[in-house]
Design a protein around this ligand. Sequence first.
Ligand code: ADP
Ligand code: G6P
Length: 477
Amino acid sequence: CERQDGRPFRQRLLVVANRLPVSAVRRGEDSWSLEISAGGLVTALLGVKEFETRWIGWAGVNVPDEIGQKALTKALAEKWCIPVFLDEEIVHQYYNGYCNNILWPLFHYLGLPQEDRLATTRSFQSQFAAYKKANQMFADVVNMHYEEGDVVWCHDYHLMYLPECLKNHNNNMKVGWFLHTPFPSSEIHRTLPSRSELLRSVLAADLVGACTRILGIEGTPEGVEDQGRLTRVAAFPIGIDSLRFQNALLVPQVQEHIKELKERFSGRKVMLGVDRLDMIKGIPQKILAFEKFLEENPNWRDKVVLLQIAVPTRTDVPEYQKLTSQVHEIVGRINGRFGSLTAVPIHHLDRSLDFHALCALYAVTDVALVTSLRDGMNLVSYEFVACQEAKKGVLILSEFAGAAQSLGAGAILVNPWNITEVAASIAQALNMSAEEREKRHQHNFHHVTKHTAQEWAEMFVSELNDTVVEAQLRTSK
Ligand code: ADP
Ligand code: G6P
């Protein structure tokens, strides 16, 4: 949050997101350690440097006692974070239930989990009530910390009810809301029992933004008018802090790690997948495509390795637990089929890598596989490109990731459901000429280094400031 160059900050920004940039782990009655949280929302917002930012959110842990809450509040304050304490029941109904079992799959066009369908339908009302209650709890914390002139920037599908709660309390508050996932088409959105209430609440914000086109909200170029109130609606493509990745590659410890990885996989091409272990990421489909590639290209079998690093996520939701076993089962089968006593074709790790280890892996990769079934943007594809100035590896990218719009011309675009096509793209990537790789990389590198997280935030905040001024002018006429 602090500027290094001593210049004053432009504006105070209250970022409100379900997830804080750090998650807390209890070490004792009043002692906590903080670990960096996973996910694109955190990555992008950590790349925003030019605002005086306070981050309001949930620390990912239940803290029922006052001593624990006090100690955690203090530890978080050092990171400019302010906690919202949610009890276990609310987390179960709001986060695991309504957010991750209903909104997340729906917004990614996956529908509800099949076996769960009836149970989810029955629990819908209580989960939606918990969702609204949780959103009001976030609003209460914002109201406590809000100072006149602040910009309040609400994030993601967890907090669609928040703009209305905030505006009900203070109609002069400058409120923006940004969605990091795809916005579903209106045909999908209208299946949601709480569809109108959620959309109305989002439209209480002054500015509504998303990574890509917002199909669910129809409106004019100026925005959407609801009950005599105009809300600006626009797409703001997100980015990363590309310099942070480029600079990391210069760190001696990272250089050393790169050398080790090169030795470890010498004589083999390295393919890489880095994902949260989430059904939208198409991890089983990716691994099956790799199997098909090995099947069809016996000459490549001992010359290529797939490293799949999948950080566990939302582990209390049954659908995610099933996915973990499914991925383990497929990887085991393929390694049994194509492995030898000395080498296996797939290294699968269920864990988070630290930033430097991740950069080293990106740098030694020949082919990155991003095969999301749907994805808001997918910043892993950006991070890979940022670390590839030396190697100029190939990006295989799902046409259903938002990044397909920005990196499509440099990547090989695939339909992740079409395993035959993905297998053929793997062959194409591994056999691609150096000139072709260079050309494709330059296109992507230019985009990733130009359209950064900072630019994204500046565009959003300045649009929000302008929108509020225009609205004031309209009402004073
Ligand atoms: P999402 O937000 O859905 O997780 P993104 O691709 O936009 O997808 O962002 C994922 C972020 O999480 C990236 O910054 C990536 O580096 C990080 N990440 C994902 N998996 C891992 C992992 N296994 N270890 C470390 N970081 C990871
Ligand atoms: C996606 C969502 C974020 C979320 C992240 C990690 O990026 O858009 O809002 O924070 O996944 O998921 P989690 O449930 O652990 O916060």
